[in-house]
Ligand binder design. Sequence first.
Ligand code: PLP
Length: 553
Amino acid sequence: MKKPLTVAYFTMEIGLSGDIPTYAGGLGMLAADIMRSATDLKVPAACITMCWQHGYMRQTINPDGTQMYEESSWNPADKMKLLPERISVTVEGREVVVAAWEYQLKSGKHIVPIYFLDTNLPENDQADRDITKYLYGGDGFMRLKQETVLGIGGVRMLRKLGYNDIKTFHMNEGHAAFLTLELLKERDFKDEDVKKSCAFTTHTPVKAGHDAFDYDMAYKVVGDMLPWHIKKLAGEDRLSMTHLAMHLSRYTCGVSKIHGVVSNDMFPGEGIDYITNGIHHPTWATPEMQALFDEHIPGWKEDPSLLRKNYHDLPDNELWEAHMVAKKRLLAHVKYQTGETLDENVLTIASARRVVSYKRPELLYTNLLRLKEVCGGRVQIIHSGNAHPADPFGQDVIKRMIARSKELRDALHVVYVPNYNPELAKLLVSGADVWLNTPTRLHEASGTSGMKACTNGVLNLSTLDGWWIEGYEIDSEAGWRIGPLAGALPEAEENLKVDAEDLYTQLQYEVIPEYYHPTHVRWIRRMKRSISLVGAFNTHRAVQEYLKKAWDL
Ligand SMILES: *Cc1c(COP(=O)(O)O)cnc(C)c1O
């Protein structure tokens, strides 16, 4: 019998470090930061996730702009311990054996174990060994098998490991919703008894992004684990993982205030709350920033709200110097990766994220004449980001980016750094002067990279969406907004032109003049205010909110 848990946190992906590539993007990065804060705050917690052989893929970009992906191979045995316990789940009528690897997050004597479920075992057929091969790979059948292992297998593994007293089973996104099927079975199919111990976070503001399966397919894979009233719980026409999770949770939330509103519009009557995402501040601040905070804002690691209270105490020159160290580190990396020499005295804008259309990766290039007029000789730009190998939109964007950076060469230095990963993210969110983010409004659930920028005194220049609506509301001097205030929603096309024009205007009249002011006085004031926002947008605060509203009831 293991110690009681306040929360068992189920997540399809987790991004603990670059050499454990069991993540694809933001969802996994967030899961890791939440677990780190849960550890620091000594929350009795455990995490259930999957031991992907190939999660994150390594991107290289050819000179013509085409990209290639290499499967990252790694050996779990180098990073964690294989536990002797085995459980099984039934998929398509076959017994599939599941093992777990344990990785430990530690703070003093407190340990939060991360259990990575694995079907790649000699006992299983090759087809079943491949269930934990590709994160988000394969067809609907494969996805159902993976979600069966995560949800049903996860609960069984926890029980097998001796966790018989778990207050809350948390579903980080709908992928984990099958955990409710195992709990229903444990509790005589009493919905109310399951609901008492489940909580759910939805991350997707777009309807098509929510997992749903044909019932025929679901019955083939999951079989009699589906209860008689599954359609009442998960939808009449298709099995919606979001509906299943919501209907068997006592608490459901989105990941920012605006995302809460959008989610309630998408699922009327479900009473969806919100807990705005955060970042694990000690993970994302550079060593130089950490030293500066240790000296001038002691206690900031344990209590990040001190960053909000005491940001005035940071000395201007030391802050600027700490930033310049990070900037030089980034430019050295850019040189190493691309051969391009950027200038440390030139205003540097970075924009890096998954290449998908709603993030509008080319907004800055809407009007090249205007871009050259405003930024020529005064700005250098660093892009990074992976496109899904099967996504033609993303492939084309990267090609155009590469071609354009050649065309613009004489006016403006634009570089594309391949292989966006947490290590590169750390360099970019600390070494840039400005962090540019241009999502179509209401499409960004939260976003967290801008918060990482704040921890390092980098200034956000972003459309008002996701977390930045709240950040900008707390302090509009901490960065800049692009386009109208939240609430106004012009048509997408018009929106694009309006936003692009506003972006050039902000750069021309605010960002560039303030940066090149001889003493950087306004800039440094903004840097401090950007740092102060981390007082609100950190995962210590998010975990405390989860405890109060969702986990420790
Ligand atoms: C933080 C992070 C993300 C998520 O950031 P967004 O704001 O959603 O773009 C994605 N990938 C990596 C590598 C990150 O570090």
